[in-house]
Design a protein around this ligand. Structure first.
Ligand code: PLP
Length: 409
């Protein structure tokens, strides 16, 4: 008899985006002629940069010839990609990362979820609230969250980020062993300054806290004073793992590639207090359970760092960020309170007239035919807020703002 991991049964059946899809489908059945504008989901919509496509085509051809065919790749990624990452994403910002500290993977969702394999089930978890829901769900599966009571997991320390604190999280009052930080933030689109991030690194150093730093949206940062990597802060290599993704940087949501940095000086502890290298554990975990991202994909990712690739990625990000700017201005013109959208493709609105997130979702869908994401789906502090994304087409973005103005003004 196979006994199941009963922690899975604690997870709610319907995931946020399935609930949304269900509501949208029933709207479509009753309003077949209406054009819906989707501004809810955080998926890329613009095509892959030409430099990436060319590199992938070339790699496919290499795979078709006996002399250049590649089978299993190096466990933790090809050195051509790791070297490009170190040079362009870190050395260029004065951060020294060694090749053995970078692990190429298939995206930040897998790595932020799987990293829990190397950590005990009874670590206490802290996270900013609202946040990308996969962190919690992965910890529910490993039994780290306790029980769900009134929309909150009993063993999770929620660190609220709302307009009351200007979306700047305060240090937790309860002990946490593992802390998730996501900046630029999904869903609020807000960022931390160097000074604010330093506060968290110092807190982690002083309290032996392990920070999981998800920088999936770092490429969207426009303000030169905002750090792109937690390792720009002194001491961070002793306390933080950093997750990066090409999904939103270069339209890789369907291609799948990202990487995780686990510094060699970062340690976890045994129950006896002995220090153990997390780099070694993660390397071991990956060699056992992951057989690498394809050669073709890694060649595509490498092309992002070529001069043409950099320009094309910049153009792509400018496209989405122009959408975000159009949306921010449009929403503010409608008298709505809007956060984010300046260093991230996400806009976080305060629902008008004290509406709950789901009430506003229904009104927006039925009265303006726009689909967004209810803030409460990202955590209890998201109630009363709503997320829109700049990942749509320009025309749709402009039309959506026009519809909103007509509706609200
Ligand atoms: N981290 C955050 C904060 C995200 O918003 C997302 C996707 O929306 C991911 C990670 C997952 O990214 P990937 O496509 O690299 O798995």
């Amino acid at each position: 008899m196979a006994l199941i991991n009963e922690h899975f049964t604690k997870l709610s059946n319907s995931y946020l985006f399935s609930d949304i899809a269900r509501k949208v489908n029933s709207f479509k059945v009753t309003h077949p002629k209406d054009k819906i504008i989707r501004m809810g989901i955080g998926d890329a919509t613009q095509p892959l940069p030409a430099a990436v496509r060319e590199a992938m085509h070339k790699a496919v051809d290499e795979m078709g010839s006996k002399d250049t065919f590649r089978g299993y790749g190096p466990d933790h990624g090809y050195s051509f990609l790791i070297d490009a990452i170190i040079k362009n994403d870190y050395a260029s910002r004065g951060v020294f990362i060694e090749p053995g500290e970078v692990f190429i993977g298939d995206g930040a969702k897998s790595d932020t979820g799987n990293i829990g394999d190397i950590l005990r089930h009874d670590n206490s978890i802290g996270l900013t609230d609202p946040v990308y829901p996969a962190y919690i769900d992965a910890n529910v599966m490993s039994g780290r969250t306790g029980m769900l009571e009134n929309g909150k997991w009993s063993d999770v320390v929620y660190i609220p980020c709302t307009e009351d604190n200007n979306f700047i999280p305060e240090l937790p009052s309860r002990r946490v062993d593992i802390l998730y930080l996501c900046y630029p933030n999904n869903p609020t689109g807000t960022t931390l300054t160097r000074q604010e991030l330093k506060k968290w690194v110092n807190y982690a150093l002083a309290n032996d806290v392990l920070i999981m730093y998800d920088a999936a949206y770092e490429a969207y940062i426009q303000d030169p004073d905002i750090p792109h990597s937690i390792y720009e802060i002194k001491g961070a290599k002793k306390v933080a793992i950093e997750f990066r993704s090409y999904s939103k940087t270069a339209g890789f949501t369907g291609v799948r590639c990202g990487y995780t940095v686990v510094p060699k000086e970062l340690n976890g502890f045994t129950l006896d207090g002995e220090r153990v290298s997390l780099n070694k554990l993660w390397g071991r975990r990956q060699s056992t359970k992951f057989n690498g991202t394809s050669y073709i994909t890694q060649r595509g990712a490498e092309a992002i760092y070529s001069p043409e690739g950099k320009q094309q990625v910049k153009d792509l990000i400018d496209y989405y960020m122009t959408n975000a700017r159009i949306m921010k201005e449009g929403l503010e013109d409608c008298g709505l309170k809007v956060y984010g959208g300046e260093n991230a493709p996400y806009l976080w609105l305060k629902c008008p007239d004290g509406l709950t997130s789901w009430k506003f979702f229904d009104k927006l869908l039925y009265e303006v035919k726009i689909v967004g994401t209810p803030g409460v789906g990202f955590g209890p502090s998201g109630e009363g807020y709503f997320r829109l994304t700049g990942f749509g087409d320009r025309e749709d973005t402009i039309e959506a703002m026009a519809r909103l103005k007509k509706w609200l003004l």
